[in-house]
Design a protein around this ligand. Structure first.
Ligand code: DOR
Ligand code: ZN
Length: 364
């Protein structure tokens, strides 16, 4: 019998990261090149201080990101800026945003995570329902950090009832359950046509043992918290099979080492994401599904072709990302530098997921 052919290279067309924190200023300068090199586009989270919560701030933030893309000499990377839903958002603001091509809303329940103090205090009150009604009419997409204020391991599950109510009340509005982390949430995707999800690398590969099984590892601390082996396996299964209702969203969320030590939630996974995904899918003999997981599903779920000139542009001038089976090492740390007079001084160090580990695959 012939030996199966060993795969030594992979090409991905137009990879998308549908959940990314780029921050701003020197942190953005330090972290952006990792994403801009690997992805054709990313959905950029708006939880800055102050939040990106108006058309004006979204436009200005997008310009800063694009300037940084240019500076990093990374080509062909489009940031899609999401708008932070605050209690003071109005339907008129939504109309302005949608008209200007900003289609994504991000809903943080107040207090649920990093910089969510401006989030929504009551997701289903009459003001919010009027906003969802408008968002539905405008064919916007609502990305949700779906956690209650309850016991940490049950927060996502408890939020399920809110998702059901939203999905039922606004059947033509698409809701994305961001960074799905609990196997008990999966049936919602099957049961409600307008509910979708993103999956991170860390939630499909790590469980609580990686956070607290040995010495406490703050680099594995994020919200929603990584959960049980059963949750991890169930979510991994969705990713490996490129379940049609999920797409990849890294939730790469950089924090300086000092903040991490002080308990900040967020995992900086941007360095070497695609090599890690290739390694994971290869290990499970599912490489054939990776293209769908990192791009095709998102193209379909977010239906870029129906509203964005990007769909055509990405087809006409695709970004191909080449990976080959030669070892690479995840950086030990990434420095954010500040100019002090003529000198560049390191202002903070950001430690990536699996820092210093050797991978079997490299992005060329
Ligand atoms: O772990 C997280 N970090 N979860 C979030 O929802 C926010 C993010 C951040 O901005 O650091
Ligand atoms: Zn996030």
């Amino acid at each position: 019998m012939e030996e199966p052919k060993k795969i030594t290279s992979v090409v991905l067309k137009n990879p998308l990261d549908m959940h990314l924190h780029l921050r701003d200023g020197i942190t953005m300068r330090a972290v952006l090149p990792f994403s801009a090199r690997s992805f054709v586009g990313a959905l950029i989270m708006p939880n800055l201080i102050p939040p990106i919560d108006s058309l004006e701030s979204a436009r200005a933030y997008e310009e800063r990101i694009l300037a940084c893309v240019k500076q990093s000499a990374c080509e062909n990377f489009t940031p899609l800026c999401a708008l932070y839903m605050t209690d003071s958002l109005t339907t008129q603001m939504l109309e302005e945003c949608a008209k200007a091509g900003y289609k994504f809303l991000k809903l943080y329940p107040k207090g649920a995570t990093t910089n969510s103090q401006h989030g929504v205090s009551s997701v289903l009150d009459s003001h919010m329902c009027a906003l969802f009604e408008a968002a539905q009419a405008l064919e916007m997409i609502v990305c949700i950090h779906g956690e209650s204020g309850g016991f940490v391991l049950d927060r996502e599950h408890e939020f399920g009832s809110v998702l059901v109510e939203l999905a039922t009340k606004f059947p033509r509005l698409k809701f994305i359950i961001e960074h799905m982390s609990d196997h008990r949430t999966i049936p919602l995707l099957e049961n409600y046509e307008n509910l979708y999800a993103t999956l991170t690398l860390h939630h499909i590969t790590l469980d609580l043992d990686a956070l607290a099984g040995g010495a406490l590892c703050h680099h594995h601390f994020c919200k929603p918290v990584i959960k049980t082996p059963k949750d991890k396996e169930a979510l991994l299964d969705l990713a490996l099979n490129a379940h049609p209702k999920v797409s990849f969203g890294s939730d790469s969320a950089p924090h300086g080492l000092e903040s991490k030590r002080n308990g900040a939630a967020g995992i900086f996974s941007a360095p070497c994401l695609l090599p890690q995904l290739v390694e994971l899918f290869e290990h499970h003999e599912k490489l054939g599904n990776l293209q769908a997981f990192v791009s095709d599903n998102a193209m379909r779920i977010y239906d870029f072709a129906s509203w964005s000139p990007l769909a055509q542009e990405w087809e006409r001038n695709p970004k191909y990302v080449y990976l080959e089976k030669t070892p690479c090492e995840i950086p030990q740390g990434v420095g954010a530098y500040q100019a002090i007079g003529d000198e560049l001084q390191i202002s903070e160090e950001i430690i990536p997921l699996r820092a210093g580990e050797r991978l079997k695959w490299t992005q060329k």
